[in-house]
Structure formats: C-alpha cells, structure tokens
Design a protein around this ligand. Structure first.
Ligand SMILES: [Zn+2]
Length: 327
C-alpha cells in the first residue's frame, strides 16, 4: 500500500498520496486538488491551490465571503468522497483514497434542516477537537430549544427586547428557523445575506423580517419589544444593549462552563452548538475505528490524550510532517 503524508500548512493541511490535496485554509502550495470542507472563515482559504472539491452549498456561501468557487464540484476526483458532516449547510467531511477521513467541523445530531454526520470506517482519522474536553457535554437539541423558547417567551411577555447572538453563518439560520413564529423578528444585514443563500438552496427560512438597517431607519426599535439575531461582537452588543435596553442571549457551546471566548457577560446562554460535544466526538472515533487518529482545533491535546487512554494511537495535529505508514 502506498505511503501517504499529512502536513499541517497554515490553518489547513496538505495530504500527499496518489494525488496531492490542499485541505481547507492552507498556506501557499500547488496541489492537484483543493478540498474545502465548509464556508466558515477559519476553514475557507483565501486562494485555491488545485482543482476545487466542495459542495454546491459551500460554493454559494463562499461567494458571499468573496471566494469564487464556481468551478467546485463534489465529484471532481474519484479518489475523494465527500460526506455530509452535519455542521452547517453544505459542510462535508472527506474520505481520501479510501484511507484518510478528514472530518472538518462536524455534528452528529439531526437539527431542523440539518442531517447529522454518519462517519464511515477509515484507517486514519483527522478529527476536530473543538469540544474535546470531558466537561463539554450538551443536553439534546430538543431540550435546549425548549428551554430557550420558554425564556424568550417569558422575556417578550414582559416587554423586553432581546439580542439573540450567534455566528452569522450556520447558527443564525438555525435561530431564524426557531424564532420564525415571532412577528417582530429583526436580523442583521449580514445574517440576512446568508439566510437568503440558504433559502435559495431550498431551506425554508422566512425572509419577510426587517433587517437591522431597515429597522433602525424606521424607528421601530425604539417603540416595541423585538428579537434581533446578531453576531456575538462585543461592540454591537454594547451599543444595542445600551441604546435599546436589550437583553443579550448567547447561543454557542462556549456558553456552557460559565462562558468562554467572548461569550461572557450574557443575560442568558444556551449551548446550541453546531459542533459535537465531547461524548459524541468519542463515539465518532469508535465508529471510524482508525489505526491512527490526529486531532485539530480546540482541545486537540486533551482529546488526543483521552483517546490514548482508551487505547487509540492518537496525536494532536501539530506543525510536523506525519507519515501515514503502511499497515
Ligand atoms: Zn465551522
């Protein structure tokens, strides 16, 4: 069996086997193919270094971020199989040359219009470790949605204004879908742009809400209670909370464990995550049943260590070259 190598390059990977593959946000390297797992900015390259392999959804969402991916296809290379990774619309894991499974960001849970990741078996697993620490275990999706909906209803009945904070791509479309029943829904202009791409791809999101700029111009924000879907940027939170006396609700796995990474000082936080939690990540590894595992992002060291304690040959994916040996 031919040897393959995995090399960390920038925030992405270079994989060499029968072909060379740039994966996600690599530094400059010419390759045969460039696999792009999804359109989040920490995975999206600024340039394409080979024939692009990505889903149609990722290509359209990437265009919103200024990356032209019209030439991308899921079937550009017979040695690469893309598999829905359940993270955001269009997110894909890649099974490369039937040996290496790169998960990109993943979520195994079915959520509204998103289908959870079902991993295949592979010799080598390269898996995300965003919540790869044992204290990041989340309630099931339905329970979280019920809790957050009850909180919103209670606050709106008291005439409160609410900022619902989530990442503009992915989380905000889930939030738009959950709060679709509320007639005074406002979304930021950036969230609106991504919502419209989702709608064009057949996801049933209403778009008859007011955008922030429309709402500010019309003066409606001063008169009524409302619920606004916005990004978790501190400057926006401060401005809106002060100007309109709005409550700040955060929606991220980081809101558990007392809040981390910019998710502090919220009036309420809910671990509505687009990533799998710790237990689910371990289950993914069990299902893939790899000979070797490499962990990237988040708690990579911690998760690799935990996997070793379970008997897996697992390492954090550092900057060194990794040789995938014959076995
Ligand atoms: Zn992501």
């Amino acid at each position: 069996m031919a040897r393959m190598t995995v090399l960390k390059s920038g925030d992405g990977l270079i994989i060499r086997g029968r072909n060379t593959y740039a994966v996600d946000k690599t530094g400059w390297t010419k390759c045969d193919y460039h696999i792009i797992s999804h359109a989040h900015s920490d995975h999206l390259p600024t340039r394409i270094y080979g024939r692009p392999i990505a889903s149609r959804e990722t290509a359209l969402l990437a265009a919103q971020r200024g990356l032209a991916l019209q030439a991308a296809s899921e079937d550009a290379c017979e040695d690469v199989e893309l598999i829905d990774s359940g993270h955001i619309l269009g997110s894909r894991a890649a099974l490369i040359e039937d040996r290496i499974l790169y998960t990109g960001d993943l979520n195994v849970r079915d959520r509204l219009f998103l289908k959870g990741f079902t991993p295949p078996k592979a010799d080598v697993l390269i898996i995300e470790g965003t919540y790869g620490r044992a204290d990041f275990v989340f309630d099931d999706f339905g329970t979280i949605v019920q809790r957050m909906s009850e909180y919103v209803l209670e606050m709106l009945s008291k005439g409160q204004r609410i900022m619902a904070l989530g990442y503009a791509l992915g989380k905000s479309q889930v939030l738009t879908n959950i709060f679709t029943w509320f007639d005074r829904l406002v979304v930021s202009d950036r969230v609106d742009r991504f919502n419209r791409v989702y709608s064009s791809l057949g996801v049933d999101l209403r778009t008859d809400y007011l955008t922030c700029s429309e709402a500010e111009k019309s003066g409606v924000l001063e008169k009524n209670s409302w619920l606004m879907i916005e990004e978790p940027r501190w400057s926006i939170r401060k401005k809106m909370a002060q100007r309109y006396g709005a409550l700040c609700m955060g929606f991220s796995g980081w809101t558990s464990r007392g809040g981390q990474y910019g998710w502090r000082r919220l009036d309420a936080g809910f671990p509505l995550s687009d990533h799998s939690d710790f237990k689910e990540l371990v289950e993914v590894v069990e299902q893939v049943d790899p000979e070797e595992t490499y962990v990237f992002c988040g708690f990579a060291d911690n998760f690799a260590k935990h996997l070793r304690s379970l008997g897996y040959d697992a390492y954090p994916l550092g900057s060194g070259r990794r040789l995938i040996t014959d076995f």
